[in-house]
Structures are given as C-alpha cells and as structure tokens.
Design a protein around this ligand. Structure first.
Ligand code: FAD
Length: 423
C-alpha cells in the first residue's frame, strides 16, 4: 500500500513522518519548490538574514509540536521560555505590565497584583471562566463586553493572537477551549516557545532530512490539478505533467489549504473566509549579540499597529494579526509605523533600519462561529481519501499544533489504525 500525500506544509510532513514510522510507503507531492507551506523561512538578501514568513508563537503545552520535533530530531531548535510570562506595553501611555501565570496548577497569579493587568482584581478574571464555558455560536465580545476592564488590555490581544480574528466576530467557544487547554493545565503549559534560529531549521528542514533518511523525497513543483474517481474510490491523481494511478490498496491524504481542497474534492464544505497576518523584520545595527534584557518571549503592544515584537539576534520583528485592513497600505508606510511601535516598545532609536514587510493575505481561516461550523472532519465520502490541515474540525484554531495533530490523525486513518476510523 502506498500513501500519496499532497502538500508538504506541516500537516503533510506530519502525515508523512507518521505513516513512514508505521512502515508505510509514502509519496509526497508539493506544488511549490519548497516545503513548509505557511510556516517557512527564506534568505532575504536586503537584510542579509534568513527570516520567517511570519513569527510563529507556540506554547510549551503544544504536545504534538514537542513530539514531532523530538521525532525528527529538532527539539533543540525550539526555545522554550523559562516562565509563562507575557510583558505588555501600552503604545499611547507607555504603561507597562506583565501577565505572569507562574508554573504550577494553582493560579497564584490571580492573587498577586504585580502579575495581573494593573487596576484589575482577581474577580475580573471570571471573564476567562465565562469564555471557557461559552457555547458555540457566540462571539468573544458577546461574552466579555467592550466595557469590561480586561477587554482592551487582555481579551483583545488574546483573541486576536489565538483566533487571528477580531473579538467582535471571533468564536468565544474556540477561544474558551484554548484557554481551558492552557490555563487549566497550569502555567507550566503556557510558556512561550519560538523557533530558536528560524522555522525551517525547526520543522520543514529536519522533517525532510528524517524522511530522506528513510528513502522519501518530496516531488516538488507537483501541483495536483484534479482527482479521478472509479468504483467509489480515488483512482488517479492528475498533475499538469502526468497522471499518477492510485492502486486499489493505496490511500490519498490531501494536506492542502481549505481553498485548494474545495477545488479538488467534489461537494466538500470548507471554511471560505480567511484572515491576514502582517509581519515586518528589521535588521538593527549594533544588536548582533541580541538585545540585553530583551524578553525571551514576544513583547505585547496594546494600542499600536504592531501587536507583538520579537527579538532574535539583530533582527527585530513585529506581528499584526487579523490585519486585513492593513493589506492595501504601501509596504514602506507600514514599515515606518511598525518600526515606530517596535522602537518605542524596546527603547531603540526611531530611525528606520533596513526592513522587509511580509503580507500573508490568507494566513489562516477566519475563526468566526459560522466558519467554525464549516470545518470538515478528516475523512471524506471516499474510503481511500482523507484530509489534513490546520483548518479541519478539532479543538484548536488554525495553528502549528492543529496542523501537526491533523497530519498524524490523517496518517492513522489512512493506515487503518484501530480506533482512528470514523464512527
Ligand atoms: C504569517 C503567519 C503567522 C502565523 N503565526 C502562527 C503562530 O504564531 N502560531 C501558530 O501556531 N501558527 C501560526 N500560523 C499558522 C501556521 O503557519 C499554520 O497553521 C500551519 O503552517 C498550517 O500548516 P498546513 O500544513 O495545514 O497548511 P499549509 O502550510 O498551507 O500547507 C499546505 C501545502 O500544500 C501545498 N499545496 C497547495 N495546493 C496544492 C496542490 N494543489 N498540489 C500540491 N500541493 C499543494 C502548499 O504549497 C503548501 O505547501 C501563522 C501563519 C502565518 C501565515
């Protein structure tokens, strides 16, 4: 039996690694010339540095990320912050505060003013419990109103970072599930995790090496154009160059984004709305050894265009999620505004250093209640066709953790693992 996997993003790579580990023969096809998909790195000649298409923040509780990295031998490429501490600065007032979730199961931070948003008391955080109990169909703002003390300094940055969707339209149930998974397990699971050097060194590079060591090399520049069906099964993969027959014992996993899957699978319901993420990278002279005192985690900015600022060696980067409104602005104007926020937050000179702005228009699906209801399961109407990707049904929003979990699950389904089959 051969498992044909289409798409070499993290979901496709996780599918391939899981299937090979189960002893299956794997063929991996990728439309572009590189693996990694929406989680990739490249060398930028104007900065003279390898940068990521976007800063990717993970959490120490992301168990699939950890397992995957250990399996492909890249755990050392993940930098785990020692504490579940998130520093914030208000761009307008300069006020600074931190949210420090501590390490244990007991939420001691709730009872320490220095570890909460200033001016709030423990009772205000019942808003988080209300989110954890929210039913499907409601938005974050419907559960925690805009006049709540925590709305601007905590709920908005949290909702936008987790859902890549504004809280006025973002799913309260989905945010609540993430909070439950993270907070209930304690601060130990909420420590920020970043790629130590860059994403490619942490994920796609070592995954490809691991697969190559087992005889699997991706077929790059192979864009699947169509599927052919016979006798109720997928029987052929149509690429521009040729058709590849799918044998009677073979299975196919489509690990492509939602919009690509909808074009390939007849009658498939998928989320259709997406949200953008804007990233900017700045190479700052004199920071070669890194910025002294820079937090090991991103620094949150409230009231600016940049929402998070990251420091890696002499590259300072910003992230702005749910950034659809900013996509039409000219890159130079965006760089100036984003640098102004980052320089303010880090206390660096205001002169604009060399920069690179990256606009990812379809960074993730929109996490509204309506779109959440359109996320399909991993299996399809065809018994040898399965789906993988961050956009499938599951407890998490579209993230690296969701992509890897979905890939492993698709591999289990395609390999007929007992207990993985749909009821
Ligand atoms: C700017 C940005 C910032 C992000 N920040 C974070 C973050 O902080 N934390 C986090 O956890 N997640 C973050 N994410 C989300 C994360 O990157 C995704 O959840 C994850 O990479 C999705 O992986 P995937 O394999 O499901 O999809 P993709 O990465 O989209 O992979 C799909 C692959 O299929 C290929 N393909 C498409 N069509 C075809 C075809 N017809 N034939 C063959 N191949 C095809 C594509 O080229 C691609 O390689 C961010 C995403 C972006 C863009």
């Amino acid at each position: 039996m051969t498992l044909h996997i289409v798409g070499a993003g993290l979901a496709g790579l996780a599918t391939a690694v899981e299937a090979v580990a189960r002893g299956r023969t794997v063929r991996l096809y990728e439309a572009t010339g590189i693996a990694g998909g929406r989680c990739r790195s490249f060398f930028d000649p104007s900065l003279g540095r390898t940068i990521d298409n976007g800063n990717h923040l993970m959490l120490s509780g992301n168990r699939a990320v950890r397992r995957f990295a250990e399996r492909i031998g890249s755990a050392g490429e993940l930098a785990v912050a020692p504490d579940a501490r998130f520093d914030f600065v208000d761009r307008r007032s300069g006020r600074r505060w931190c949210l420090d979730l501590g390490r244990g199961l007991v939420p001691g931070w709730l009872f320490s003013a220095a570890r909460r948003v200033p001016g709030t008391i423990a009772r205000d955080y019942l808003a988080l419990v209300r989110l954890m109990l929210a039913g499907e169909g409601t938005t974050v703002t419907a559960i925690v109103g805009e006049d709540h003390l925590l709305y601007e300094p905590l709920i908005v940055p949290l909702a936008i970072a987790v859902l890549n969707t504004a809280p006025t339209e973002g799913s309260a149930a989905l945010l609540g599930r993430v909070l439950r998974e993270a907070l209930v397990a304690g601060g130990r699971t909420c420590r920020p995790v970043l790629a130590r050097r860059h994403l490619d060194a942490a994920f796609a590079g070592p995954a490809l090496d691991w697969l190559a060591g087992r005889g699997v090399r991706p077929w790059l520049h192979h864009r699947l154009r169509g599927l052919e069906f016979a006798r109720g099964r997928v029987s052929m993969l149509r690429f521009a160059e040729a058709g590849i027959p799918v044998g009677p014992e073979d299975a196919v996993v489509l690990a492509v984004p939602a919009w690509a899957a909808a074009e390939l699978v007849p009658g498939l319901t998928v989320p259709t709305e997406t949200r953008a993420i804007l990233n900017a990278h700045f190479r700052v002279a004199g920071l070669e050894g890194g910025l002294e005192g820079a937090p090991p985690a991103p620094l949150g900015i409230v009231g600016g265009l940049a929402e998070w600022v990251f420091v890696r060696g002499d590259v300072v980067s910003t992230t702005t999620s749910a950034a659809d409104a900013g996509m039409e602005l000219e890159a130079g104007a965006l760089a100036a505004r984003l640098w102004s926020d980052a320089a303010f937050a880090l206390g660096l000179p205001p002169d604009l250093p060399p920069w690179r702005v990256i606009k990812e228009r379809r960074a993730t699906i929109a996490h509204t209640p309506a779109e959440a209801a359109r996320r399909p399961p991993a299996w399809t109407a065809w018994p040898n066709l399965f789906l993988a990707g961050d956009w499938l049904q599951g407890p998490l929003p579209a993230t690296i953790e969701a992509a890897i979990r979905s890939g492993e699950r698709a591999a289990e389904l395609a390999c007929g693992v007992e207990g993985a089959a749909p009821a």
